[in-house]
Design a binder for this molecule. Sequence first.
Ligand code: NAD
Ligand code: TYD
Length: 355
Amino acid sequence: MILVTGGAGFIGANFVLDWLAQSDETVVNLDVLTYAGNRENLATLDGDPRHVFVQGDIGDSALLADLLARHQPRAIINFAAESHVDRSIHGPEDFIQTNIVGTFRLLEAVRDYWGNLHDDAKQDFRFLHVSTDEVYGSLAKDEPAFTENHRYQPNSPYSASKAASDHLVRAYHHTYGLPVLTTNCSNNYGPYHFPEKLIPLMIVNALAGKPLPVYGDGQQIRDWLYVKDHCSAIRRVLEAGSVGEIYNIGGWNEKPNIDIVHTVCALLDELSARPDGRSYREQITYVTDRPGHDRRYAIDASKLERELGWKPAETFDTGIRKTVQWYLQNQSWVANVQSGAYRAWVEKNYSGRSA
Ligand code: NAD
Ligand code: TYD
């Protein structure tokens, strides 16, 4: 079996669902269920013996030791993290605790477990750490995309905490021989994306008749990948990646934020027109920029394609259409995640930004 951490969040839940759609290998899913973790994402697995959900913290050493001893996983995929840049600006502490201290505790527990495995199991074991392109910092307009050799230059508390976790993972390989793999992926989008991030926030706000808050000039560039392509890349790296290696994952889909918002508006105009017949574009509002806002991310994913033969299945056009359709068809999911805590976050992040 495999152990997945953070498997009730956006990417983790998509990964668990895709894994069990393609394999009968059991998944133990350890997730503490922060605001971003949602059991409803996994509702289709209720009663499925191949999915064992455990509510708990990757920083809980005793729980980890017990889980590892009991389930004897052949691999661990570490998704668990605090993941939202704006939240890291308002309150970095949770990011330090989970992304750095939590990853450290997880690595310690895994080192102990792995050290006691017999030879074959020890050799076959893998610890796959899921990370982000944001650790590489910001690119100027004409600079080449990030390769795996790009220097680390994180600029937000979120990216700094992920960078620290990547370094710990690397150190556990070099120092203790732990068989690790690290993936650094670009921005994901797709089903179950919490509506604090750009794409789901724009869809949800548009349908609710609210402003579509574009930070600064809207010309910041992100490199977008459909979440299921990220999941297939992780499966491929787990299966065939070389121990100790880093693999960048991306979709060769650089787009300025404002183009993304225009695309979302155009799809909504087509699929769920406003009652007054006007375009959702009229709801776009430029607001005060994010402090320290990275200008451009771009991933060079050629190593993954060259060495492991992975390529994304979706183009941006097909992926964004599926995503908008998913949100239109799952409005009760959206309503359920918009708790009082969600509304408090929206108030905190947007009320101070002048239009
Ligand atoms: P998310 O915020 O949607 O989900 C994170 C999950 O981790 C939640 O279910 C949460 O409950 C759980 N979690 C948080 N702290 C925990 C703890 N201490 N112990 C156990 N579980 C905990 O995040 P996501 O977008 O699904 O991202 C998953 C991973 O992928 C993160 O490591 C993130 O850095 C990385 N990543 C994300 C993106 C992206 O675009 N979303 C891109 C590249 C890499
Ligand atoms: P986000 O989805 O938070 O991902 P990240 O910051 O990790 O790339 O933001 C994507 C881009 O969209 C980023 O440049 C910030 C911008 N953005 C807005 O313009 N308005 C918003 O309300 C949000 C949440 C993000």
